[in-house]
Write a protein that binds this ligand. Structure first.
Ligand code: PGA
Length: 280
């Protein structure tokens, strides 16, 4: 049985002192999280994902706190480039001793960096094959209206299906950490003022769980070890209710993860909701 998972995606919102205008001090933020995480870091899986260039510094600060560090992407190299130099790329092999999680397929990379879902699948396979890093795979959909929820469900099911085609699940079933996590990230709810509705998140996370269970052998096992997390405008006020949904096992946070206080409070709400689901 997995623990709830809370991942902070710091995006490009941090820098090192002297801190750029409008940016958060990455080192001060990490120190603040360590000072306030307490036993929460043992009860749920907590991770922060700084930009590549700050990972090593942030990791030094987090050392011994139980808070893990991750990246916001990882390179997949096309088959024909595996043994060739590719300028500027950071591969799973390079990251393998540095990070615990890697967010892949975030919709901002799909919008601005020329990636598509095939790239995400290639990254997933590269991480699964070449490292012990847990991919946090973003599954997006472009719907929004409740009346279109059937189309949104078809979009997420298709992505889960392509992702898990040929994936050898049992190989990793004994690992202490989940082999991967799926982040349901409706693109229309990211960076807004409220998350998708509870009804929407319930329907889509249930569809993801159902599709994952069909694709992975040993369906109960899948439900037990692959967390599904939600991302898109989650705040201190909305986290608890979202986390009570049966297939919401944590969050991928953007803006709220740039405040240690909000990050920890959302973690506490996630834990409380998780405990209430498993005692009722
Ligand atoms: P947000 O970002 O929490 O700022 O909406 C979420 C995300 O991009 O995953």
């Amino acid at each position: 049985m997995f623990k709830p998972l809370l991942v902070g995606n710091w995006k490009t919102g941090v820098s090192l002192p002297p801190v750029a205008v409008g940016s958060t001090d990455a080192l001060a933020l990490a120190k603040d999280i360590v000072a306030n995480a307490g036993e929460l870091a043992e009860l749920i899986d907590l991770a922060v994902c700084p930009p590549f260039v700050y990972i090593a510094d942030v990791k030094r600060i987090l050392s011994g706190s139980g808070v893990a560090v991750g990246s916001q992407t990882a390179a997949h190299l096309p088959e024909d480039a595996q043994s060739k130099p590719v300028t500027g790329e950071v591969t799973p092999f390079m990251l393998r001793n540095l990070i615990t999680y890697a967010i892949i397929g975030h919709s901002e990379r799909l919008q601005h960096c020329g990636e598509d879902f095939h790239t995400t699948v290639a990254k997933f396979k590269a991480l699964a094959a070449g490292s012990n890093i847990t991919p946090v795979v973003c599954i997006s959909e472009s719907g929004g209206a409740l009346s279109d929820i059937g189309k949104s469900a078809a979009q997420v099911r298709e992505q889960v299906k392509s992702l898990l085609e040929g994936y050898k699940f049992e190989d990793k079933a004994d690992a202490a950490r989940p082999p991967f996590a799926i982040a349901y990230e409706p693109v229309w709810a990211i960076g807004g003022d409220k998350p998708a509705s509870l009804e929407h998140v319930r329907f889509l996370t249930d569809a993801i769980r159902d599709e994952a269970n069909k694709r992975l052998t040993g369906s109960l096992l899948a439900a037990d070890i692959v967390p599904i997390i939600y991302g898109g405008s989650v705040s201190v006020d909305t986290a608890y209710d979202l986390a009570t949904l049966s297939n919401v096992n944590g969050f991928l946070l953007g803006r709220a993860s740039l405040s240690a206080e909000q990050f920890i409070q959302i973690g506490e709400s996630t834990l409380k909701a998780h405990q209430s689901k498993h005692t009722s």
